[in-house]
Ligand binder design. Structure first.
Ligand code: IMP
Ligand code: MG
Length: 199
């Protein structure tokens, strides 16, 4: 049961368990902030044609909304990473499951990520991309939990600071569930299910 009236089909939850998802950021909150981020990006990249690199899977909803608010032309590519770790904690061991199709040497690259937790995933991706000598490399992150960072990392564009809760929705999953929710919420009850897998 979702506090805004959203309900998940029973068949969608194994064992008939309905974890409670509380709304943290409504779709209106998100839409407003995405427009602001897009305005800042459009201003900063005026006269350029940046390559937006979405980190799959978590960033796809955010990226889709963001690009439609931009006033500069962009290219889009994706990188799929998987992090392995127990439960809802990132292990920092990141595997590139699918790499970029686009060469990025001398390109203005803007990495678009759903959520920054320990920062280990993004740090790995940044190092991986820097080796290819982009002209510039910036980070656009929808959600950040700054208290959880284990490495020094600061997004150039940030949507929202969120509390140290496990959040879901708007592309972000728990064990592949909840990505379709139009809002960002947090789960009241989180079982021992492995939340690892594709980001
Ligand atoms: P980090 O490496 O600890 O910064 O974790 C980054 C990745 O872990 C994100 O791209 C997400 O896929 C996942 N993650 C971190 N926190 C959450 C959360 O609260 N909900 C869902 N996924 C999360
Ligand atoms: Mg994930």
């Amino acid at each position: 049961m979702f506090s805004d009236g959203f309900q998940l089909g029973e068949q969608a939850m194994s064992g008939g368990q309905f974890p409670e998802v509380k709304v943290l950021l409504s779709r209106e909150d998100i839409a407003r902030r995405v427009r602001e981020l897009a305005a800042a990006i459009s201003r900063d990249y005026q006269g350029k044609e940046p390559l937006l690199v979405g980190i799959l899977k978590g960033s796809w909803v955010f990226l889709a909304d963001l690009v439609r608010e931009l006033t500069v032309p962009v290219f889009i590519d994706f990188i799929t990473v998987a992090s392995y770790g127990a439960s809802t904690e990132s292990s920092g061991v990141v595997k590139i499951v699918m790499d970029l199709k686009t060469p990025i040497e001398n390109r203005d690259v803007l990495v678009v990520e759903d959520i920054l937790d320990t920062g280990l995933t993004l740090q790995y991706i940044v190092r991986h991309l820097q080796l290819r000598h982009p002209r510039s490399l910036k980070l656009c992150v929808l959600l950040d939990k700054p208290d959880r960072h284990k490495v020094p990392i600061k997004p150039d564009y940030l949507g929202f600071v969120v509390p140290n809760r496990f959040v879901v929705g708007y592309g972000v999953d728990f064990a592949e569930r909840f990505r379709h929710l139009p809002f960002v919420g947090y789960i009241e009850q989180s079982g021992g299910e492995d939340g690892g897998g594709e980001d």
